[in-house]
Write a protein that binds this ligand. Structure first.
Ligand code: ADP
Ligand code: MG
Ligand code: ZN
Length: 639
């Protein structure tokens, strides 16, 4: 039983705890294990001891009735013993316990005259708590160290980023000439002068003129802004530096600004040259705008850009061309004289422009001489330069796939449908579904032919297309009206009726309960048209009020709360007007279908058999049954 007789004094315990804390801290640094006290310390304690009992002696003393009270502390594995005849304020004797102490408990229970109690030492609990906490902290500290190292790496990377890995491109020769840009003659003319600024600045400086530094190209995507800028550099024979506005905006504050500095430094070394900044709205937005205040990084970048533009004199031979489709959100400081004070509009081309662009892109393709680019231009209102380039490329791909030597009108038409509607899929087998789709499409096609102001039918087909299109009926586009934007009330109304023709035909033939969801797109279009008629063109009983402006974009960079320019009451009135218009058009559509039911059935049979009916054939059949409106007769005779 010698091993039990390790005695530790209270005083020693205190020292031991300090040692414990020290050991813990040390252990934390070295390894998860730690040492509780050392044998040497315990030895020393035994020597100094004069106030302790052993476990065995305690049991004996209890049996002998020398003990008054025992306080057991399970967590510390010690017992404080109060002996008989001890001075009232004297310290109790401390006894080291074993892991399990059944004898002691039994002895205590047997000797009823000894009080005993379980006490827990708050101190020891705190120590244990500390220990557990430290065990958590250890991995946390390690993690923190890891992150710290990472972020220092990242920020040092960021510093290098702005300097060495600038994101701009430089082309010594763009190889693009004004000839390659078509359909935007006005813009080209205005920019012709810029070429002279770059080529012969003396011409202007000799008479004391200050050469402009910045030109802003404004226009929708794909209209040829980048191409135009490259053409200027190509014509002037100067290097072309380009960067996109979005490249300036980085996560780390200051990177964008340093990129701007870099770009201008490089440009100055290569002057005369042209700097092209695409999507300048990404950096050039109104400062301090947007939700939740400004954006430090963007503002710093913009400030740097402004500083650089002020920094070089107009005669250093650097011209900056920036492009955007959102001039309205640009910071006023950018548009000030001496910066981007010249604005050139690059708009989507009109029919003549489309023809010119088609000619440019047909130059390097084998196109059948029978193809009329004129007709293609007519059929593609709203197409931008990029769309037209893509169209001819699609046609060329189709030609190669069909193993033909020349692109013919068929490939071009197919490419147009493919771009505007979707890829063709395999036709459906003869089924109820096919007939239902045929009735729907014939509904549209017949109304397009019978309504006096609707545009004539080009073709109707039930060959499905990708994107869930079961078929479609296509009108010859009224490019005059689309190009000018001058829609007449009668035209809009007949278009609404025609658009509702699909649903009307389904309802007449199969009953209202059988109408499918296939008309949901039609309904959206109707709502759109009717709403425009009421709110934008003032073509309703509500009278001459333009209630909505054309531009209904949200997030303009200026105002993020979209405001209606009319009251609740007016909104209700508008809704009622829109609904009334749609209902009366729908009734008109059903009436026409009902009155021509035999014709409808015949056309459906033909469509199910042929899968596509061309406008010409369609009109001939319709003419057998009823008088065609004037507009349609022109199409028949005119071809
Ligand atoms: P943007 O910069 O306005 O978005 P791009 O200049 O990048 O448009 O045009 C993309 C491509 O479309 C050009 O490379 C070119 O092939 C074709 N393209 C666009 N506009 C024209 C145009 N006016 N004339 C000829 N090609 C054009
Ligand atoms: Mg571009
Ligand atoms: Zn439809």
């Amino acid at each position: 039983m010698r091993s039990f007789e390790k005695k530790v004094s209270t005083k020693q315990r205190a020292t031991k705890r300090t040692a414990l804390a020290g050991a813990l801290v040390a252990a934390m640094m070295m390894s998860p294990g730690f040492v509780v006290g050392t044998p040497a310390l315990a030895q020393k304690a035994e020597q100094q001891d004069n106030n302790t009992l052993t476990y065995g002696k305690l049991l004996q003393k209890i049996e002998n009735g020398e003990v008054v009270r025992v306080d057991l502390d399970e967590s510390e594995k010690v017992a404080d013993v109060y002996l008989k005849g001890q001075e009232p304020n004297a310290q109790p004797q401390r006894v080291k316990l074993l892991d399990q102490n059944p004898e002691l408990i039994n002895t205590l229970k047997a000797n009823k005259n000894v009080q005993f109690d379980e006490v827990s030492s708050a101190n020891s609990k705190a120590a244990v708590g500390l220990l557990i906490n430290l065990m958590w902290i250890l991995p946390l500290v390690a993690l923190m160290l890891l992150f710290l190292r990472r972020s220092t790496n990242a920020s040092s990377q960021a510093m290098n980023f702005g300097k060495s890995r600038a994101r701009f491109q430089m082309e010594a020769k763009t190889g693009i000439k004004f000839d390659d840009v078509a359909g935007i003659e006005e813009a080209k003319e205005e920019l012709q002068e810029v070429v002279t600024f770059l080529k012969q600045p003396e011409k202007f400086t000799a008479v004391g003129a200050r050469i402009p530094k910045g030109v802003l190209l404004v226009g929708p995507p794909g209209t040829g802004k980048t191409l135009l800028a490259k053409a200027i550099a190509g014509e002037a024979g100067v290097p072309f530096f380009s960067i996109s506005g979005s490249e300036f905006v980085e996560m780390f504050v200051g990177v964008g600004a340093s990129r701007v500095r870099d770009l201008f430094k490089k440009a100055k070394d290569n002057a005369p040259c042209l700097i092209f900044i695409d999507e300048i709205d990404a950096v050039g937005r109104q400062r301090g705008a947007g939700i939740g205040g400004g954006n430090d990084e963007r503002e710093q970048t913009l400030n740097q850009l402004l500083t650089e533009m002020d920094g070089f004199e107009g005669n250093t031979g650097i011209i900056i061309i920036a492009a955007t489709n959102r001039p309205d959100v640009l910071d006023a400081a950018l548009l000030r004289p001496g910066r981007f004070d010249r604005q050139v509009i690059v708009d989507a081309p009109d029919r003549k422009g489309r023809l010119e662009i088609l000619k440019v892109h047909a130059r390097n393709k084998k196109v059948d001489p029978a193809v009329s680019l004129e007709v293609v231009a007519r059929r593609t209102p709203g197409f931008t330069g990029a769309d037209l380039a893509n169209l001819l490329n699609e046609a060329a791909i189709l030609t190669a796939r069909r193993r033909k030597d020349f692109i013919t009108q068929i490939e071009i038409d197919d490419a147009i449908d493919r771009l505007t509607i979707g890829l063709t899929l395999n036709p459906l087998l003869d089924s109820n579904k096919k007939r239902l789709i045929a009735y729907h499409e014939i509904g549209h096609a017949l109304l397009a032919t019978l309504l006096p102001h609707a545009d004539p039918l080009n073709k109707v087909t039930i060959i499905p297309r990708s994107g869930g299109v079961g078929g479609f009926s296509q009108q010859i586009l009224n490019e005059e009206m689309i190009d000018s934007g001058l829609y007449t009330r009668a035209w809009i109304q007949d278009n609404i009726t025609m658009t509702l023709g699909g649903k009307a035909s389904e309802a007449e033939v199969f009953g209202e309960s059988e109408v499918t969801g296939g008309a949901s797109n039609d309904l959206k279009m109707v709502a759109n048209l009717a709403r425009k008629m009421v709110t934008m063109y003032g073509m309703s009983d509500l009278g001459l009020v333009a209630l909505e402006t054309q531009n209904s974009d949200v997030f303009l960079g200026r105002d993020w709360v979209s405001r209606n320019e009319y009251s609740e009451e007016m909104a209700t009135k508008i809704d009622r007007q829109v609904r009334e218009m749609a209902i009366s058009c729908y009734q008109e559509a059903r009436k026409i279908i009902r009155e021509n039911r035999a014709l409808v059935d015949r056309l459906v049979d033909l469509l199910v058999e042929q899968e596509t009916i061309e406008g010409e054939q369609f009109r001939k059949i319709v003419a057998e049954y009823t008088q065609l409106p004037e507009k349609q007769q022109l199409v028949v005779s005119g071809g």
